[in-house]
Every structure is written in structure tokens, then in C-alpha cells.
Design a protein around this ligand. Sequence first.
Ligand code: ZN
Length: 167
Amino acid sequence: MDTKKTHVPAKEGNPVYSNTDTSKLALTDDEWKKILPQDVFYIARMKGTERPWTSKFEKFKETGTYYCAACGNALFKSDTKFESGCGWPSFYEPISKESIIYTPDNTQGMKRTEVQCGRCKAHLGHVFEDGPPPTGLRYCINGVVLDFEKAKEAEKKFNNKGSNDNN
Ligand SMILES: [Zn+2]
């Protein structure tokens, strides 16, 4: 095996961003403000909501993995994504139990469950109980706080083990 390649480079100006480091992060909002783009900071730390139908991921169908845009934590696989018609990227299951934190949210006169990144506690969106099988859940997520990596490279590596055909 040759040297490991990082497929998703660490984010410029964001020293805590990593797709492999799962250690929990506890930065202050001031610290986050310095390392996150303004739109990511607004959703992730101020619990903002992006306007519906504005995310490039809303009708996105590529195969791959979705990561937290604030810290790089793996959150969802594309095969659990579905078209909910609600205006935000929707998934029926997180990539693992640890990838998400659930918090009761009683703001705006509604009883909802907020979902946060399991590593950095970024606000991601909410989970509702009107999703498709097998979970019946709908994770309604702000696309701004998602990064996507295509599965192609990883698949190629597994499918062509031992071969050097990269083209
Ligand atoms: Zn995160």
C-alpha cells in the first residue's frame, strides 16, 4: 500500500475539521466564528435555518457520504437520503448512533427534536416522525451545514484492489 491520501482536505482556516478525528469538540461561539464561513456559523452555532429549496443538496442524487461542514464528522450516507418535498435535504437514518445528538426543542410554539452533530454539536436541523421505512424518521437538515464526498474514489479502491488502473 502506498501513502494514505486524504480525499477531503482539511478546510482552509478550520484547524478542527477532520473526517477521521472523532474526538469531541468544545469551542466557544467566538472561536467558531473565526474558523467557519458566515453562513455555516449562522446555522451551526446560531441555530439558524436556511431558506427552503435553496440547498444544492435538496435534489442531489450522487452516491457518497455527507459530513458536518463545521467539523467534518460523518453524518449521513446518500442511500438513506430521500425526496421529502419539504425543501431541505432529508434522510431517514444517520450513519451511526454516535454521529448525531438529539435535543428537545420547544421554541416557536412547536414540540420538535433538534438534531446536532455528535462531534461538535453544530445545529443541523430537526427530526420528525413522518419519514419512510425502515425507520419512519425524517431528518430534515440544513444543506449549508453539510459537506459531501462522492463514493467513487473509495469504491474504486475497493473494487480494483491490487490494480493500478486509475483512469
Ligand atoms: Zn460537527
